[in-house]
Design a protein around this ligand. Structure first.
Ligand code: SF4
Ligand code: SF4
Length: 372
């Protein structure tokens, strides 16, 4: 007999301890309560619980990681979303993002032909043609390709790779959305289509590894594209390698106080904690600052799980607003990010909290080229 979602995700193991909800970054500002959701699901085990609150989840995975009984809470929430999506129950803004991915290969409702507009004349960026080869395939990702703020990080990284003499190229307008957010929004059919199409696309080129700018692309290629047989790394891992080999050198002259914000999809979900810190420290005069909630305990910025396209109403401040206030408290002048979604949510929070005169949010690559 087919397993129910409750069996599949281990809900019978729940002892109602509440550790999941205590760790959930958004339970305090929304009605999502994972302990209650599980209790209700067990009571109504023959039905699929249809709580609207599941759309508040950022899929940060803190709940699943903290559960002492191994209940796959985040995965269960995504499964409940799938059921709703199948029945057309999804926010119009999220639906638009999904339709845009289907039509244009990106969630931002932008034309495919504009995907390379981030490349300015001062950059040497090769667009790979079918059958051509390169060492590093730089997967730019939808947000760094189109968003004016995030484009700066793509440009800064290209400058660094040019400077280090890395043989790299991009796929240009052939590149499409990786689907990480699609999967988490519960659009399984579209996600499977993207996996198939992207896997086929990659097979037309010769390269040794993919480097992603976004931890979201990194996460899905690494963990969910099962047929890829090349190395997949995040750009901070490549930068660490280039610094260690001497291809990139920084003289530790950047004098501002910098604090690093761990993105959930890089840190918590993939245990990449040290490369961003190593890279930053190589360019800083002062010791890199740390949040009290850092590494595995880092606070989610509310940018994941499709939340870039789903607005959540609440009287309580956003976690990103709390995060930037924490950064100021710890004496930072710059919040360093290594994720385009964190960059956008935290930059917005700096404005809404009125901290613009005191704090800037900058991607690691951009920080590294401050002195160039
Ligand atoms: S942490 Fe695990 S065992 Fe505790 S309430 Fe949440 S799901 Fe249940
Ligand atoms: S994945 Fe994160 S936001 Fe979603 S329920 Fe779990 S802890 Fe809360």
């Amino acid at each position: 007999m087919a397993q129910t979602l409750i069996e599949q995700h281990g809900l019978f193991g729940c002892v109602q301890c509440g550790r999941c909800v205590a760790g959930c970054p958004i339970s305090i500002r929304t009605a999502l309560n994972t302990r209650k959701l599980i209790y209700q699901s067990l009571l109504e085990s023959k039905k699929r619980v249809q709580s609207p609150d599941i759309w508040c989840c950022t899929t940060c995975k803190t709940c699943s990681d903290r559960c002492p009984k191994g209940v796959e809470i985040m995965e269960y929430i995504v499964a409940l979303r799938r059921y709703q999506v199948e029945r057309g129950k999804i926010e119009p803004t999220a639906r638009n993002a999904l339709e845009s991915i289907l039509k244009h290969g990106n969630p931002w409702e932008r034309a495919r032909e504009k995907r390379t507009e981030w490349i300015t004349d001062d950059l040497d960026v090769r667009i790979l043609e079918e059958g051509e080869s390169t060492d590093v395939l730089l997967f730019v990702g939808c947000t760094p390709a189109y968003d004016p703020e995030a484009q700066k990080s793509a440009r800064a990284l290209a400058k660094l790779l040019n400077k280090a003499g890395v043989d790299f190229a991009i796929l240009g307008t052939a590149e499409s959305c990786c689907g990480n957010e699609v999967e988490r929004m519960g659009e399984e059919g579209l996600f499977e289509m993207l996996v198939e199409e992207n896997t086929e696309l990659f097979s037309k080129y010769k390269f040794n590894r993919i480097v992603t700018i976004s931890p979201h692309c990194y996460n899905t290629f690494k963990n969910e594209y099962t047929a890829l047989d090349f190395e997949i790394i995040h750009y901070t891992q490549l930068l660490q390698e280039l610094i260690e080999s001497g291809a990139l050198k920084f003289d530790g002259k950047i004098g501002e106080n910098v604090i690093f914000h761990d993105p959930c999809f890089l840190g918590k979900q993939n245990a990449v904690f040290d490369p961003p810190r190593f890279v930053l420290q190589s360019a800083l005069e002062n010791e890199l600052l740390e949040f009290d909630r850092n590494r595995e305990r880092s606070q989610c910025c509310e940018g994941g799980g499709g939340r870039m396209w789903i607005e959540v109403e609440s009287d309580i401040e956003r976690t990103a607003e709390e995060r930037v206030k924490d950064a100021e408290y710890f004496g930072a002048e710059i919040i360093a990010t290594s994720c385009p979604f964190c960059m956008l949510t935290l930059s917005d929070a700096v404005k809404t909290t009125g901290l613009e005169d005191k704090l800037r949010v900058i991607d690691i690559s951009e920080i590294l080229i401050i002195d160039y």
